[in-house]
Design a protein around this ligand. Structure first.
Ligand SMILES: Cc1cc2nc3c(=O)[nH]c(=O)nc-3n(C[C@H](O)[C@H](O)[C@H](O)COP(=O)(O)OP(=O)(O)OC[C@H]3O[C@@H](n4cnc5c(N)ncnc54)[C@H](O)[C@@H]3O)c2cc1C
Length: 429
């Protein structure tokens, strides 16, 4: 009979949370197994591949009863493969109020990763026009930090929306590649179903690959399947309080046509401003034609379908209230709170002023969407300050542990949490 391998750690999921833990442990020579539901096909920057990894209804695009759509990617690197690579500072004070300090780990990440605002020549004319208009109105709109290797980034290119085939955008795949160069093994197309226990200790996971059930065993199990994937695995493993009272950072975009720019291919979210007191942030967000067509079609603006090359787009993303629940299969049941809706519409009125000042006409807004599900297995509820669950050897490290909504893109925060957890784990294995 084949002898079963006992790994030091199994990491489930390869988004920024899981990939960071995997990479740090592998660099410390720990024997790591990474299990990822998605594929690892090289990113080719095509819409067809992006749709396979991030566009499948009810797997990647989840809908609430009010038809708010929420997007997540299932591929190696998780949603970071298709993210806009904007590096917002972690909510250090909020985490500190829970007894978690990731300031040192965030600093380490800043030293290792290419975090900086884009060079002027990489910022598109639409983002510049929006920033100039906002600044002209006295707003503190500025260039935002990005996770980008700028020497490989190209002007007039929007392939970062489709994963970036030029390897200019840092994604969590980079950490998985690094982990594999050290001691990690990666199994893709492996969907983890549940955690295996011996009494009060986690000892392994059960997963399916090519329809075949399989098991893997380790001293430590780290679930990092994202804000939706993690609570599904934990619920299957007997956890009762997961997947409730979560945030998902709802957003709308405001769009308006100018007559002196013809473009539409830019790095989105290059510039912006956090209106902290109003509970939302705004950025430029020029998107590729098919996504633009989706924004116009979902609100029946057929008259706008041909205006993509001339349309300035501003995203308004909200810090929403905790609420809702996930179904056992990860269905999203959350209504947009009336206060949250009011706040988004307040942002829209402000975006209209910026667009008008930039010379835009025919201004309209999209329907609601969301992109950062989290708080589904919170610190102080499902995990403790070491990100450990009530079971020995079982940890969680992804957006699901964030205890409060903070309304900003969370990747740098997750890298900080992943580094902190890996330090804790290396002292134990
Ligand atoms: C369009 C878009 C733009 C964004 N832009 C930004 C940005 O500019 N800046 C920023 O900071 N953030 C951005 N984000 C958000 C950011 O990408 C996510 O918050 C981040 O990737 C979450 O990381 P995570 O580790 O929690 O999990 P995820 O990235 O969700 O990764 C989870 C992984 O687990 C895998 N998985 C799920 N279930 C299972 C299972 N049962 N078994 C095995 N594997 C499983 C998934 O396939 C996935 O690979 C954006 C998101 C989107 C969708």
């Amino acid at each position: 009979m084949k002898k079963k391998t006992l790994y030091d750690a199994i990491i489930v999921g390869t988004g920024p949370g899981g990939a960071t833990v995997a990479r740090e442990l592998a660099r410390q020579n720990r024997n790591v197994l990474i299990l990822e539901w998605g594929n690892r096909t090289p990113i080719n920057g095509t819409m067809q591949q992006a749709l396979q990894n991030t566009g499948i209804p009810f797997k990647n695009v989840l809908f609430t009863y009010n038809m708010l759509s929420m997007v997540r990617s299932t591929t190696t690197g998780g949603s970071s493969v298709y993210y806009y690579a904007t590096a917002f500072d972690p909510p250090l004070d909020m985490l500190q109020s829970y007894g978690i300090d990731i300031s040192q780990e965030t600093e380490e990440a800043r030293q290792e990763l290419p975090i900086a605002p884009l060079r002027d020549d990489l910022i598109g004319p639409m983002a510049k026009r929006i920033m100039n208009s906002a600044q002209d109105l006295g707003l503190g709109w500025k260039k935002l930090n990005k996770f980008v290797y700028q020497e490989r980034c190209r002007a007039n290119c929007d392939l970062c929306n489709l994963g970036c085939p030029h390897d200019a955008k840092w994604t969590a795949r980079n950490f998985i590649d690094d982990a594999e160069k050290h001691t990690a093994s990666v199994i893709t197309n492996a969907r983890v179903k549940k955690v295996l226990f011996d009494g009060r200790t986690a000892i392994g996971v059960e997963y399916t690959k090519n329809m075949m059930p399989s098991k893997a065993y380790a001293k430590k199990i780290i679930i990092a399947a994202g804000g939706i994937g993690t609570p599904v695995i934990l619920a299957n493993s007997g956890f009762q309080t997961v997947g409730k009272e979560f945030f998902f950072d709802p957003l709308i975009v405001a769009l308006g046509e100018v007559n002196d720019i013809s473009g539409g291919r830019e790095f989105p979210m290059a510039t912006g401003f956090h209106f902290e007191n109003d509970g939302y942030m705004m950025t430029d967000m020029t998107v590729p034609l098919p996504i633009y067509l989706g924004f116009a079609a979902e609100v029946f603006r057929w008259d706008r379908l041909t205006a993509h090359p001339r349309t300035l787009t501003i995203m308004i993303k909200e810090k929403d209230h905790l609420g809702g629940r996930l179904t056992s299969r990860g269905g999203v049941r959350k209504k947009l709170d009336p206060i949250d809706k009011k706040s988004l519409l307040h942002g829209y009125e402000r975006a209209k002023i910026i667009l008008k000042n930039a010379g835009a006409r025919h201004i309209f807004k999209s329907w609601y969407t969301a992109a950062h599900p989290g708080g589904t297995a919170k610190i102080n509820d499902v995990v403790d300050t070491d990100l450990k669950t009530e079971y020995d050897g079982l940890y969680v490290c992804d957006c699901s542990v964030i205890p409060e909504s903070f309304g900003l893109p969370p990747t740098l925060t997750l890298i900080g949490l992943g580094k902190r957890l890996s330090k804790h784990l290396t002292s134990k294995i």
